[in-house]
Design a protein around this ligand. Structure first.
Ligand code: AMP
Length: 426
């Protein structure tokens, strides 16, 4: 099935072509025709499946024939985090390229004045986080009683973050007769119950269950102790060819600690967590997306749903407390047919959580120490770099790195916190 078979207009097809999407993803094939027929949707899909396009493309098609009114948006997209809302708005801007629909983004950290001005001019599409939307409703700057199309994105995350009461409040202010598209990465009974209150006879679409990890991701667990975590992370960052990497930490304090440690060791990093000012969060993400920094150190909440082109590595500085977050974190890499690597650092106390992760993904993960990993690596593709570093020692040309450095010596390097020079490849 091609995009042109889905019932989208010429302008949308042209912008899709410009973006470079060759054919619709599975969720797009299944959702778009149903949305265009006016059906409600209960979609179970993770980010990375093309889910955003699956609701943005038909939403634009539907709204294209109509006019916006001041302060009364015709559609509403609710997302749990600012970053996700921004990503949705970016996808909207790309698909709307040849059309003239107007959109406002209502998220915290952006001035009310600016948002108020856009609302007063009239918007077709409102993309919002629940809290900021309710703030606007209470101030009387927006009325949602004219919304014809509602999209709830990442409903399970809304539940985790305690936003469902806000969504229920918003729902009470929306017209009963409307179309609703409801997406969640998981479909627990609780999520289904929430969906039942919002949807009428929905078309159920299930894509790529959340409990599986992509076959494109090589995932390894690195056993260590609390004392060696930082140095092991530094070693992991120094082996292999990293195009861009995300490091996940469970605690905000550790994001700062890891960031300071890596900066001291000449790595260029950016950070992303929920306590940062919005403008700093945007700056971190932009720098990471445009590749001016190679490493983003993030918390789960801030990184949820973030889509980075060509992310080659994910490092879990800690084992996530929630097994589903593991699937989500490592799923940032190995996307769109690319290969990815995921390393998770764990300590003795993490065994119980690892067992829950293995239960969820229904497979055993590889576990080894950093020494075992280094000795198992085939660094032949780094030989040229190594040889450059040991100029003049041509006699080593055909030897592996292990001939040059016995593994017991490597441990000494690790204890001292120094990476062997030839491994310190930037
Ligand atoms: P999402 O699931 O919405 O987070 O989308 C994940 C990634 O897939 C984004 O980078 C999109 O730009 C990309 N994408 C969406 N639709 C397509 C498509 N039909 N073909 C290729 N990439 C796509």
């Amino acid at each position: 099935m091609k995009f042109k078979d889905l019932g989208l207009c010429y302008e949308i097809l042209s912008s899709i072509k410009d973006i470079g999407y060759n054919e619709p993803t599975e969720i797009q094939k299944k959702a778009i025709p149903n949305v265009l027929m006016g059906r409600d949707i209960l979609g179970c899909a993770q980010t990375g499946t093309g889910k955003t396009g699956s609701f943005i493309m038909p939403l634009i098609e539907i709204l294209n024939s109509g006019k916006s009114k001041s302060r009364m948006p015709r559609s509403l997209i609710i997302a749990p985090t600012r970053e996700l809302a921004m990503q949705v708005s970016e996808e909207f801007i790309k698909i709307n390229k040849y059309l003239k629909l107007k959109m406002a983004l209502l998220i915290g950290g952006i001035s009310f004045g600016e948002q108020d001005f856009k609302l007063s001019k009239g918007v077709d599409v409102l993309v919002a986080t629940p809290g900021r939307l309710l703030d606007h409703i209470e101030r009387g700057t927006v009325l949602i009683k004219d919304v014809k199309l509602l999209v709830i994105d990442e409903a399970d995350r809304m539940l985790d973050m305690g936003f469902i009461p806000d969504v229920i409040k918003i729902n009470k202010l929306l017209p009963k007769i409307r179309q609703t598209l409801f997406f969640s990465a998981t479909l627990s009974n609780e999520i289904r119950d929430i969906g039942k209150n919002l949807l009428i006879n929905p078309k159920e679409i299930l894509i790529n269950p959340y409990s599986s990890t992509s076959a494109n991701i090589d995932s390894i667990f690195i056993k260590t102790n609390s004392k060696n975590k930082m140095n092991d992370l530094k070693t992991l960052l120094s082996i292999g060819t990293i195009k861009s990497a995300m490091i996940f930490c469970n605690k905000k304090a550790d994001i700062n600690n890891v960031s300071n440690f890596l900066k001291k060791n000449n790595f260029k990093t950016a950070s992303l967590h929920g306590d940062m000012e919005q403008n700093l969060r945007i700056k971190s993400l932009e720098n990471f997306k445009n590749k001016s920094v190679q490493i983003l150190i993030a918390s789960d909440v801030a990184a949820r749903g973030i889509d980075i082109d060509g992310l080659s590595h994910v490092f879990n500085y800690d084992v996530p407390n929630n097994p589903e977050d593991y699937v989500h974190r490592i799923g940032r890499t190995g996307r769109a047919g690319n290969k990815g690597k995921a390393y998770t650092i764990f300590v003795e106390n993490d065994h119980k959580t690892i067992t829950s992760i293995e239960k969820l993904i229904k497979k055993k993960v590889k576990k080894m120490s950093i020494n075992e990993l280094v000795s198992s690596l085939d660094l032949s593709n780094q030989k040229s770099l190594r040889i450059k570093k040991i100029k003049g020692k041509e006699k080593h040309k055909n030897k592996s790195k292990l001939d040059l450095l016995p593994i017991e010596n490597y441990s000494n390097f690790r204890e001292s916190g120094k990476i062997p020079d030839f491994l310190n490849i930037k």
